[in-house]
Design a protein around this ligand. Structure first.
Ligand code: NAP
Length: 248
């Protein structure tokens, strides 16, 4: 296999909007070529792809995959490989997130939450390992501080993020020294996209956050960049980016 790109390449899953899109833009500005991934946000992904390619031609592609379909994991990895035969950074960011009341949770919800938050990150890493090894690259998994302090109405989501955290620690040992594996654990960065969080809950989060504010996508992108580019001796670590919320 030959490397036919002089620039580093990053795959960021779930990068058509919000934190993933900002992270893609952030790394592109720092000379990475970018593989965007989307499921239903095709317009957002294509707009971002076109904007990045206007800045630097052939520097971005957008790939579709529904990560709840196991067949999609290897297909996505193969499309990434075919693009530039290179991968330096895998950011497992895509995530299904919704409440599941205990007593009424369905197997289909369980499978959906575990697929995007735990299973796809594991199998994408496995399929992309040859490329990551070749570049001595790294994986950054986007966890959640609620993996350690689970929310009562989000049990399968929190379990899946806890699995992602365990995977980060385990693969850091399994894949060293060629590939580093770390995580970023956001606190509240953006309010949920469905707009369903009551004002009282938002206020309680702010009251319990020592920094007295929510974060921004830039805070997450900077932490990922630190792990990818400035921390060659760091593996198996998960950085909480939460304004101190998890100290409570
Ligand atoms: N926002 C926060 O404050 C916060 C707090 C704690 C942790 N986090 C973590 O940080 C990461 C980014 O957060 P966010 O709020 O920006 O995420 P988000 O908007 O809730 O989701 C990111 C993307 O995940 C994709 N996705 C979901 N299920 C998928 C599936 N089955 N297959 C493929 N793609 C799927 C969606 O892509 P499409 O739109 O294309 O369908 C979505 O745009 C997530 O891992 C999240 O758990 C965020």
């Amino acid at each position: 296999m030959t490397i036919d790109s002089s620039r580093k390449v990053a795959l960021i899953t779930g990068s058509a909007r919000r934190i993933g899109a900002h992270t893609a833009d952030y790394f592109h500005q720092r000379d990475y070529d970018i593989v965007l991934h989307y499921r239903s946000s095709g317009d957002g992904a294509k707009n971002l792809r076109d904007r990045l390619n206007a800045v630097r031609p052939h520097s971005c592609i957008a790939l579709h995959a529904d990560l709840s379909d196991p067949a999609a994991w290897e297909q996505l990895a193969e499309q990434v490989r075919s693009w530039k035969h290179r991968l330096d950074l895998l950011v497992n960011n895509a995530s299904s997130y919704y409440a599941t009341e205990f007593g009424n949770t369905t197997l289909s919800q369980w499978n959906d939450l575990f697929a995007s938050n735990a299973m796809a990150p594991f199998f994408l890493t496995q399929y992309l390992l040859p490329l990551l090894k070749q570049s001595r690259g790294c994986v950054v998994n986007i966890v959640d501080i609620n993996a350690d302090k689970p929310l009562p109405d989000f049990t399968p989501y929190c379990m899946a993020k806890a699995a992602l955290k365990a995977m980060t620690l385990s693969l850091a040992r399994a894949l060293a020294p060629e590939v580093r594996v770390n995580g970023v654990s956001p606190g509240t960065i953006l309010w949920p996209a469905d707009g369903n969080m009551p004002d009282s809950v938002q206020q309680a989060i702010l009251t319990n956050t020592p920094m007295q504010t929510i974060g921004s996508p830039d805070d997450i992108a900077k932490a990922i960049y630190f792990l990818a580019e400035q921390a060659p001796f760091v593996t198996g670590q998960i950085i909480a980016v939460d304004g101190g919320y998890s100290l409570r």
